[in-house]
Design a protein around this ligand. Sequence first.
Ligand code: NZQ
Ligand code: ZN
Length: 386
Amino acid sequence: MNNFQYKNPTKILFGKNQIENLTNEIPKNAKVLLLYGGGSIKTNGIYDQVKKGLSTFDVVEFGGIPANPEYAVLVEALKVIKEEKITFLLAVGGGSVIDGTKFLSAAALYKGEEPWNILKNSERTLEGMPFGTVLTLPATGSEMNSGAVITRRETKEKLVMGGPGLFPVFSILDPEVVKSIPQRQLANGLADAFTHVLEQYMTYSVDAKLQDRFAESILQTLVEVAPTLLKDPTNYNAAANFMWSCTMALNGLIQQGVPSDWAIHMMGHELTALFGIDHARTLAIITESHYTYNLESKKEKLAQYAERVWNITEGTPEEKALAGIKKTTAFFHSLGIKTTLSEYTEDYKGTAQIISKRFTDRGWLGMGERQNVTPSDVEKIVEMSY
Ligand code: NZQ
Ligand code: ZN
């Protein structure tokens, strides 16, 4: 097992009616900016619950943060923060609203010239404006981690940022919010969380037995609840298990002391930036190719995954590994998610070269757990995903 230091300061309030507790979690004299997305919270009752919890506070609102939070929109919210002298941010939404809020948390205290530089120059945020979240869509784990992904349509870029200053102060996780989520987003949430675990697990063994079993148990739970959840999102227990699995998949716990990959995400972000494909679906497009291409270096973990998560007990390690990859693709299909790029766009030719060149230009010359996935490998992997 590798050395690690682990601190996660986010307080979680999990369960029914937890939104009522908002009142107790926000500093008493705070001036609050309530941030949300395209308006789903207005039709599913979450907005009313939040407003009730905020009734004793001075609150300004900013709605309209789109999926794949857009820099130009966030710059408008930043103006509101400055003009209204906001002291606390409250994100009510999925990963996009929460990530947008993390960007604002960093930008509000940023000393540099253009806040885009935080992303462009990968500047870590050590201190941000404090913020809390009310999660409406389990998927990203953003509610309990310190990372964010921001899009700039103007330049077709989607870049990551983060740092210890960007953990939410608190996050409210009420599984009852799940019942209004459309099938497409439920499937996205399952696939995204599943891939988060894979990115931190499908590497090479460092004999971290507990981390491996944490990871496998999250994968198994997602596989187990998926059919129930898709059939009946009002099933509270399925929703609760789904929600906590998504949070645990990317709150840092399973990543401690083990190598991690994240190349699937980095290639996936480019597919969203270029074609606007939903985040989780870009991962489903890349996963099979990435694992097949890197079979040699990931074989041991792939075979362990096949055995422990999918009960594949027959065959050589290589046969098991390949069967595990196929099971993963079949799982995405069972969620109604297509797994090749050409099923999402007719304009796919040349994508592999574009992405490979972007990585070269940015100096991203070695990805993956061994930092040896080069832009030329990326080109081949993306091409295999057509
Ligand atoms: O905009 P509204 O009206 O809120 O509707 C949203 C949006 O259209 C809707 N929705 C959310 N909760 C709902 C609901 N509809 C009905 N009922 C509810 N309770 O769902 C749509 C998608 O929301 P979005 O927030 O975009 O989805 P998700 O949570 O999947 O977030 C995706 C974003 O997070 C980033 C992705 O790249 C992408 O930009 N990620 C963030 C990560 C992180 N911070 O750690 C890690 C991930 O790997 C990921 O990259
Ligand atoms: Zn993801």
